[in-house]
Each structure stands twice: as C-alpha cells, then as structure tokens.
Design a protein around this ligand. Sequence first.
Ligand SMILES: *Cc1c(COP(=O)(O)O)cnc(C)c1O
Length: 480
Amino acid sequence: MVLWRPGLATDDDGMNYISTRGGAPRVGFTEALLAGLAPDGGLYMPESWPRVSDADIASFAGRPYAEVAADIFGRFVGDDITPQTLRRLCAEAYATFDHAAVTPLIQLSPGEFLLELFRGPTLAFKDVAMQILSRLYEHALATRARTLTIVCATSGDTGGAAVEAFKGRANVRIVALFPEGRISEVQRRFMTTGARANARAVAVAGDFDDCQAIVKALFNDHAFSREVDLSGVNSINIARIIAQSVYYFTAAAALGAPARSVRFCVPTGNFGDAYAGYAARRMGLSISAITAAVNSNDIVARALTTGRYERGAACATQSPAMDIQVASNFERLYFECAGRDSDLTAAAFEDFAATGAIDIPHNILAGMRETLTGVAVTEDETSLAMARVLADTGELIDPHTAVAVAGARACGAIQTAPLVILATAHAAKFPEAVNAATGATPSAPAGVGDRMTLPEVFDRLPADIDSIKAYVRAFVSEDA
Ligand SMILES: *Cc1c(COP(=O)(O)O)cnc(C)c1O
C-alpha cells in the first residue's frame, strides 16, 4: 500500500496533480485528495486528462455502476491504490444507494431523460461523491497516526452527505458550516441528528459565500492549516469531480454513446457538477453540449452570456443549494480554456478576490462556449416546472431539478442527441417548496427515517474567521 508521505508525494507513473494557479508543487492522487485546496489557493487538476476510448465507453453500457466508477478512478489514482482495492471501495460506496442502477435514468418525454442522482443515504447527488471520498480517505489514512480535520462549507446538501459518509470513520473529524436559516429543515436535520462523535454542525450567521470564503481563508492560513491538519471535501476537491464524471459516462453509454452524442442540462451553484461533465468530455465522452441552469443567483449564466464573471449579492430562493455567487469550479474551466495558463488564471482569480469581477478574454470565453451555455431561471418558472412534470409524468421533482427542467428550454429542439437533465435531490428534501408548487406532498423515503423527530445538535457562530478557527481548535483539542 502506498501512503501519503510529505516529500515523497508525486507519483512515478505520471498521474500527478497541479494547481490552477501554478504556485504549488505537483503531487500524486492521495495528496491532492487529502489536501482539497492547493496550498497556493488554486484548485488541483490532473496534469493531463486520461483518455477513455470509444470501445471502453461502449463497454460501460449495462455494466454495474460501481465497476464503471472503479474503472474511471483507476485512470486517476496512479499507483496509489490497487485495482482490487478500488473495486472493493466503489462496491461498498454504491451499495449504500437504494436503487440497483445507483443513478437510474427515467424518461420525461421523447428524447428527454432525468438522471436520478439522489438515491443515496442523504437524498441528494452529493452522496455519489461523498460515499466514495470517505472510503478513499479512510484507506489513505489507515496507517497514519494523525487525524485530519475536514472543514466544509455547505449550501445544504454537502454537509449532510459529508457527515453521513465520514461519521465514525477513523483518523478524521469533520466540521460542517451551513448558512443559518437558508437551508431546508430536512437538509439541516441530516447534519444535526443522529450519533456522530467525530462530526460537528455549525450554523453561521451569513450566506453560503461567507461560509466558503471562511473555509478558503482557513486553508490560506498555512500555520493553522498545518496545526489542525486541515482537509477539504467541497467540490474544490478534485476527487469529487472525478466521482461525479462517472454518471455522465454511465448515462451517455446507456443512451448510445459513443455512437450517439448526448446533451446534459445541469442545475448549477458551485459549478462542480457541470464541470464534472466538462471533464468527462475532455476524457473523450461524446457530449455535444452542457447547459448550466441557475436560479436568480446567476453569476455563471451571466459570465457565459456576457463574458463578465461578476459577483452579486446572494439571494434566497426555493433552490437553496444553488444560492451561490462565487462558483469555485469556474476557476478550473477558466484554466482549461486559457490553455492551462496558470499565470493568467492566478492573475484573474486574485483580481476577482480583490475586485469581485473578471472580464473574460475573448478567446477564453469562446473556448467555454464550445461546450457550455448558461441559463437563468426565475422562481415562477421553477414552480411551473415542478407542476408541469407532475402533470405530464406523475413524478414529483425537487426545486433544484426543476431549475434544470425549466432551463432545458434553452437547449433547443431534440434532434439526434438526447437530453439528460440531472435530478440532484429527492423532492422530500424540500417538501414545502414542492407542495407550494404542486399541491402534492412528497412522501419521505426511508432515508429520512426518524430524523424529523430526533433532537438536533449544532452550534451557532458569527461569519468570522477567528471565531471559526477557535471553534475548530477546541474540537481538535478535545480528542488530542
Ligand atoms: C449542490 C447542489 C447543486 C449544485 O451543484 P454544484 O456542483 O454546486 O453546481 C444542485 N442541486 C442540489 C440539490 C445540490 O445539493
């Protein structure tokens, strides 16, 4: 077994990771996994994308999801994990889902499909990545004497998925920061109920962007980061992007890839999920277009439409997991479309941190538009989409999925390429919004269980870096 060793970090077989900002040493898979954010403030990227051949893509049709996941991950881990171990970890991770297909496709209309990504333990697509991440962490940490501290910012679903996936795992503790009052009760209860000695949930007096900025500031304080052995599982973590690219492959293969190309429409907040589709395309999957659908927090749609990536004030919507104004993974797309020029990327995103805006150079914008279109969806359109899907198909969809269904109108007519809309959460996670739009109440699946009646445990803190640092230090010293 190859373990994470500072100073011996890169992988001889060439599967290494570099920072979008070019100021961090290249590292192997395990170090990129356990770090989350690169030490120069950039995001880790594989040095080059592995190429998945047409024959391999064709062979994914009908194969168990866990096997495809192990195949894709196998191309990214180098020598860090053996194929047998990867297969076992993937099999365990996806056995926690309640559908034999793990991420089933259901048909909405001719040529239009929903990809259900919410069949995991916390009823949102975050489980797809978090269930395998927690097992990869545990495997990598198995013989280390140290305990990592994961601090994650959540717009509602990441926190619950992370607490569920990491609870009780050895050598890791987790703190989930959520914006107080801005997530649904069901989302909150996945973080705040049940036994979880190594996990804490914190209601921060601010919005998601405040929570995410705090996490980034903790990483950028290198002394603090070393002191608590900080790690990150937000979609800044490249392993999440890899895990999420898998369902693009399985869905496209089921619909006829590589012979037939497929289009995707993705509800977008932090741009992780849509970026995973872009990554699958870079790996050779025949994706003809990806539409990033956003709610009124429309920074990504504005950037793709106007060429100006400019932060606005976050506003609360019925799709709270997308109430985000700084879409972290946009930096990865920028880096790629800038021909992997890390100086240009670093300058642009350091500027963005200072001024809140980037004017995307024409050639970079053109590169983004080759694959991506952005569309912003109003609250009314979101509600109408929930009502229309119920009337047309009998299915209840959640408000995030509804943003993508409404945004799909921007995808143009169904011709040869089928359209796959990512369904990112179970309707029962947002019963009030679903009921207001449709008059129907989604029934809670087994995953919700007795969470609605169990007592909640969480702390409250101001949106202040020093308060969060003190809180994390106290948690770390508890079991030191
Ligand atoms: C996180 C989340 C999204 C947005 O995904 P990003 O990767 O942040 O773009 C969409 N829908 C739901 C239900 C989510 O939890």
